[in-house]
Design a protein around this ligand. Structure first.
Ligand code: SF4
Length: 488
């Protein structure tokens, strides 16, 4: 699609909305609209304290148009920019969405944190009903997604009240896996190629743990939750897990810790010995992630385990004493169908883990999206899987407690954490809703300072890849010291 901007330079906002509506589009900006092909004009004019936006598009031969305006009189620059950006995006949405075979389930919302938006409205004085109406009426969100969003916002409001100004959480990354899953978009190295890096990586990580522990003490912060993720942390041996958890316990005061999660991830890495080591270290929650309980699907996505392995490791985790277990499923995997996905959901419900997280497969742009018919069929299939999961989980007593969206997830859907009452994962909510400062240790770690009263968020990044991270050991403190407002 060729697009033209007149009267503004909000290329990013326009492209984001066009790709949200037309994921298969290849966008080209031009000075002048072509006579043929899919094309779009976005125009803005500001006059007498109002902003006027116009969107005109031709999509698959259909002419589409929308005009809107909004008051901007007396606004400061930030508020004006927000209002105008939203006006441009809404105008594009209202022009193009009626021409689509199906309206996006998230309406004109393109952000990854819909519940944060809803929470913001509630915190600024809107009732739940008014917030729901704003999501429906202003952003065109489907009723089902409005309900999910309000439930997730409620959990965030609840946890938000339990977080003091000095409370923080920690994330520790182990970017190694026994093998790569075909769909994976994380930075994680397969041990066959990178196993030799694990020991030097752990050395560097232990050093960062010590340094961060000292900073946290100096800044007078209290650690409320720890999340060891990856990759697959249980790729480490039991001895390595003991070393890592011992170093964490030495470096940080655990008196205020309310939750300690380790992603056990792949069943082919879990052993009773490792589970015992984690339990002894005080870990309270593990995540065992089958993604599917269908052996053929597991084979097709490159997982080197079977559904029986998942059942075995789940039982071993219970025997090790874990009372909070999460299990992940992914809707939209190669070879999966609504029927087989439904069987996976019911098998997990039968096991009764405290949390079940239902992800939507994130698809790559380009080739995967170029076939519109296949894409529409895929969207319908994934939508069916999610509906089925929602019905089954709701009937089994699970409720949604956090959600987030990914760019280019199949069909523009979402990832939802479901839980039995009272077993919400604090870290997931605090991280996804940006409720508190989170310090991230290890390769690819993104630490965030969150100032709730002003909405200010500041980030510092660790080197992305294990090799770079190992090379940077001893030089990683400056960014975190700055986030914690400590002298460098
Ligand atoms: S186990 Fe997880 S992190 Fe590792 S390759 Fe598979 S999806 Fe990626």
């Amino acid at each position: 699609m060729t697009y033209v901007l007149i009267g503004h330079e909000m290329k990013h906002a326009v492209e984001e909305m066009l790709l949200h509506l037309l994921p298969a589009a290849v966008l080209t900006r031009a000075e002048k609209l072509p006579e043929t092909g899919d094309r779009c004009l976005s125009m803005l004019r500001e006059q007498d304290g109002r902003a006027y936006a116009l969107a005109e598009a031709v999509v698959d031969g259909r002419c589409l148009r929308c005009e809107r305006d909004a008051a901007i009189d007396g606004m400061d620059e930030l508020a004006r920019k927000r209002t105008v950006t939203e006006l441009i995006k809404t105008t594009l949405y209202e022009a193009i969405a009626p021409g689509l075979p199906e309206a996006p389930v998230w309406g004109s919302l393109t952000g990854v944190r819909p519940a944060k938006l809803a929470r913001g409205l509630i915190e600024r004085g809107k009732s739940r009903a008014e917030t729901a109406e704003a999501l429906r009426g202003h952003f065109f969100v489907s009723q089902k997604r409005v309900s999910l969003t309000i439930r997730a916002a409620e959990t965030a409001l609840f946890f938000g009240n339990e977080i003091g100004p000095d409370d923080i959480s920690l994330y520790v990354g182990i970017p190694f896996c026994p093998s790569r899953c075909y769909y994976c978009s994380f930075v994680s190295a397969a041990t066959a190629q990178s196993g030799h890096l694990i020991e030097p990586y752990l050395d560097a990580l232990c050093r960062e743990i010590e340094e961060t522990g000292a900073m946290v003490r100096e800044a007078g912060k209290r650690v409320q939750s720890i999340y060891i993720g990856g990759g697959t942390p249980t790729t480490l041996t039991a001895e390595q897990l003991k070393r890592l958890t011992a170093r964490l316990a030495e470096a940080f005061d655990f008196s205020f810790l309310r939750e300690y999660t380790v992603e056990a991830g792949r069943p082919d890495t879990i052993t009773p010995e490792k589970l015992a080591a984690l339990k002894t270290a005080g870990v309270t929650r593990v995540s065992i992630n089958p993604q599917s309980m269908e052996d053929e699907v597991l084979r097709q996505i490159g997982r080197r385990h079977t559904a029986t392995d998942v059942l075995r490791t789940y039982e071993e985790a219970r025997q090790a004493g874990f009372r909070e277990i999460n299990m992940d499923l992914i809707a939209g995997l190669t070879g999966d169908t609504p029927e087989s996905f439904g069987r996976s959901v019911h098998t997990l419900i039968g096991l009764a883990p405290e949390n079940i997280t239902v992800h939507t497969l994130a698809i790559k742009r380009g080739a995967d999206l170029s076939d519109k018919a296949a894409n529409a069929a895929e969207r319908r299939k994934v939508g069916e899987m999610l509906d089925l999961a929602e019905t089954a989980l709701g009937a089994a007593g699970y409720g949604p407690y956090y959600l987030y969206r990914q760019k280019f997830s199949a069909g523009g859907f979402e990832n939802v954490g479901w839980c039995k009452p009272g077993t919400e994962c604090f870290y997931n909510v605090a991280m996804m809703e940006e409720l508190q400062t989170i310090l991230s240790l290890g390769a690819g770690g993104v630490s965030k300072r969150v100032e709730r009263d002003t909405g200010w968020i500041e980030r510092t990044n660790n080197p992305k890849y294990p090799q770079e991270y190992i090379g940077a050991a001893g030089r990683l403190s400056a960014g975190k010291r700055k986030l914690l407002r400590l002298g460098v």
